[in-house]
Write a protein that binds this ligand. Structure first.
Ligand SMILES: Nc1ncnc2c1ncn2[C@@H]1O[C@H](COP(=O)(O)OP(=O)(O)OP(=O)(O)O)[C@@H](O)[C@H]1O
Length: 350
């Protein structure tokens, strides 16, 4: 059962020669959390606005919870779509208390109980009488989420909800927001340009570029098995190289040697491909078969990020990005030996 279906949606803004969203087709299962991920201008906010009803597509059809809300012949306004929205800046009313913000526009008989219920869901009991300026960023975000959930929407749309939070709070809020949405049983669509947010919070990630879907998969699929070079480089840090499918069909011959690969897309031996070698799949070890010169090191706390200059058997020099264990003693100018861990090497079709 799908809660959100987009079928061949195209949207071109007035005065623009190129469509912001091009023939986009996407179905989201009931209760799932999906993130539209991509660089600035790729069309993710436009997609969200089309679902909400703030924009109208010139082509295609949008179905929410089985009801067509937009196609050539019909148009349902935003307030009748059963959609809850959380904006980037939370858009809380500064002159209303938490209780009044959460209940804004909700006039049903169960108003008081429902507000109490959603405030419990977001763990803000006791904050009813406070004003937004008396809350932390994380608390304000939870008020915005509670407000979006008050009317029991079928679909919740969240536009960059973590972008105003500092790093620690962001990690906590990713977990909290995922739990709250799952408990509420809503279908949620996030918009983000942050790959960590997307991988952490989503059941599915839809990577977009230039108004089109590049890949639609689970966070693990997107990270481990990117379908093209754009997805591989946009999500995580990686080294892209040329390769050829090996004789056995389950490995790839690369400048780094023959690397066994789980997912070779059933390509026949000899087919030319790209390979994506994740920075963490190059491991430093004393007797590693590869040797290179450390060009620079950046300590990040959890890793040492380093570029290593390596002369490989194909006669070319590569600058490979490597994530070393933070305890390793290494500095620019050192010689490092390392090996390839095949699990994070992906074959990408040309
Ligand atoms: N109201 C508008 N009028 C004209 N063009 C617009 C309008 N809104 C967006 N665009 C254009 O449509 C394209 C897609 O924009 P959109 O906001 O959907 O991208 P985005 O991926 O959400 O980017 P960001 O992360 O920067 O918000 C961009 O080229 C943008 O300039």
């Amino acid at each position: 059962m799908y809660d959100i279906e987009l079928k061949g949606i195209t949207k071109t803004y007035a005065g623009s020669s190129e469509a912001a969203v091009k023939n986009l087709t996407l179905s989201l299962e009931r209760g799932s959390i999906v993130t539209l991920l991509g660089p600035s201008g790729c069309g993710k906010s436009t997609t969200l606005r089309l679902i909400a009803g703030f924009e109208q597509a010139e082509e295609g059809k949008i179905v929410l919870a089985g009801k067509t809300v937009s196609d050539g012949g019909c148009w349902t306004p935003p307030e009748k779509r059963g959609v809850g929205m959380v904006f980037q800046d939370y858009a809380l009313f500064p002159h209303l208390t938490v209780f009044e913000n959460v209940g804004f526009g909700y006039k049903e008989k169960d108003r008081n109980e429902r507000i109490k219920e959603v405030l419990e869901l977001v763990s803000l009991q006791g904050f009813e009488k406070r004003y937004p300026n008396e809350l932390s960023g994380g608390q304000q975000q939870r008020v915005a989420l509670a407000r979006a959930l008050t009317r029991r929407p079928v679909v919740v749309l969240l536009d960059e909800p973590f972008s105003n939070l500092d790093a620690d709070l962001r990690v906590q809020m990713r977990m909290d927001v995922r739990r709250i949405i799952k408990e509420a049983g809503a279908t949620a669509v996030f918009v983000s340009h942050d790959q960590k947010d997307a991988l952490a919070i989503s059941d599915r990630v839809v990577v977009m570029k230039d108004g089109e879907i590049q890949q639609d998969g689970t966070p693990r699929e997107i990270y481990q098995f990117p379908e093209n070079v754009f997805v591989a480089t946009f999500v995580g840090q990686t080294n892209i190289m040329e390769g050829v499918i090996g004789k056995d069909g389950h490995s790839v011959d690369t400048p780094l040697g023959n690397i066994p690969c789980r997912h070779t897309h059933d390509l026949t031996p000899g087919t030319e491909v790209h390979i994506s070698v994740r920075a963490e799949s190059l491991e430093m070890c004393k007797d590693g078969p590869l040797e290179g010169r450390v060009m620079n090191t950046v300590y990040t706390g959890s890793t040492i990020d380093s570029y290593i200059e390596v002369l490989l058997p194909d006669g070319k020099t590569y600058n490979l990005l490597v994530h070393f264990h933070p305890e390793i003693k290494i500095k620019a100018g050192d010689t490092a030996r390392f090996k390839v861990l095949p699990d994070f090497v992906a074959v990408i079709r040309h």
